[in-house]
Design a protein around this ligand. Structure first.
Ligand code: SF4
Ligand SMILES: [Zn+2]
Length: 359
């Protein structure tokens, strides 16, 4: 691939153009949300360097990601679910945490070992979560073993991480890196930072005893063919786990979210979410890496989510979940379907956009 030149990013082109389209798409949304209610909360389990743990997963409503307000990533519809106005007060954020604790008390016998807090933005950005709230949350969950907080790399700071490790919490910062390839991250995802920023965040987090990074990758952003997406993920998984301080990769297939550029492309016949076979292929191929690789295909089997032919989707999804737990690639030997041949043909023959050939 050729290197992008600075001119591509001038006004009206490249990232500027992507942001303009994304702002227009997002402006079609007029829903509003209660600042005292979390966006979502649920109980699940996760593979961690300490083995399999129970998790309380919280999507905190913080007013949304700064980058999304500028336009933001082509596939991300999370900001559509954020409270209007761009910020939520300390008391309201703590009311959301209380609602999550109530949910846990009603649905689990024991407190979860791990807490995961996503904000559809950056938990470590003080415009979203004030320092006071961050410290109160660290204390609230000080009795647990691990915590994961989502953040863009810019806000990863050892002092902030220490607030959690000092409570005795193993602390992972989840970074939505999406891909290790800068050009794909910029031109297909429309995300502004570089792999070097991710590496710097890994160094910053691992400078703290008990601090580390979990990389989130996105399989098949728009404008990549199925085969390119598979190759991009194989490369990305390996590059992430080569960075000191990054112990886990969560490689997630893109789905079609509301009010996004991906949704517009999908309606115009320009986007298909990845095949579940592609997810299996990457997990199988990278099973020898030193680190944990998991995947959680959201909306599997549906047209807007990662899918195969309709007959085998549940079986392949189960194999992926099995792999998440055991990290054993032989789980994929036990699933097969005729549509695998179609997928192979797609991987081999599909080409990304190459228009116009001449003008
Ligand atoms: S993917 Fe992350 S950085 Fe991109 S717009 Fe969504 S929340 Fe913001
Ligand atoms: Zn099938």
């Amino acid at each position: 691939m050729s290197q992008p030149s600075p001119e591509v990013y001038e006004e009206g082109k490249g990232m500027d153009a992507h942001n303009k389209v994304m702002r227009e798409v997002r402006s079609r949304n007029d829903a509003s949300y209660d600042p005292r209610e979390p966006t979502r909360v649920w109980l699940d389990e996760d593979n961690t360097p300490d083995w399999f743990v129970t998790s309380l997963t919280i999507i905190l409503n913080t007013g949304g990601c700064r980058w999304a307000r500028a336009g933001g990533c082509t596939m991300c519809g999370y900001v559509a679910e954020s409270v209007d106005g761009g910020s939520v007060a300390h008391e309201d954020l703590m009311a959301q945490i209380d609602a999550c604790l109530d949910h846990e008390a009603e649905n689990a016998d024991d407190p979860a070992q791990q807490i995961k807090i996503y904000t559809s933005g950056s938990f470590l950005d003080e415009r979203e979560v004030p320092a006071e709230t961050r410290q109160a949350i660290a204390e609230t969950f000080g009795d647990r073993d691990r915590i994961v907080v989502e953040s863009l790399p810019d806000f990863v700071d050892r002092e902030k991480i220490r607030e959690f490790t000092e409570q005795g919490l193993q602390t992972d910062v989840a970074i939505g890196l999406e891909t290790a390839t800068d050009r794909v991250r910029r031109d297909c995802v429309n995300k502004y930072f570089d792999f070097a920023d991710f590496e710097a965040a890994c160094a910053e987090a691992s400078a703290v005893d008990g601090g580390a990074i979990k990389a989130y990758l996105l399989m098949k952003p728009p404008f990549l063919s199925e085969g390119e997406a598979v190759e991009d993920m194989k490369r990305s998984v390996r590059r992430c786990l080569d960075v000191e301080g990054c112990h886990t990769v969560s490689m997630n297939p893109c789905n079609v979210q509301n009010y996004t550029m991906v949704e517009d492309l999908y309606h115009d016949g320009g986007y298909r979410p990845p095949w579940l076979w592609s997810v299996a292929e990457v997990l199988e191929d990278t099973a020898d890496v030193d680190g944990i690789v998991v995947s959680d295909p959201v909306g599997h089997g549906s047209d807007r989510g990662p899918h195969n032919c309709g007959d085998c989707d549940d079986r392949v999804q189960r194999a992926i979940k099995d792999f998440d737990e055991r990290q054993d690639p032989s789980v994929f030997d036990q699933v097969s379907c005729e549509c695998e041949r179609t997928w192979e043909a797609v991987v081999e023959r599909e080409r990304s956009y190459s228009l116009p050939l001449a003008r």
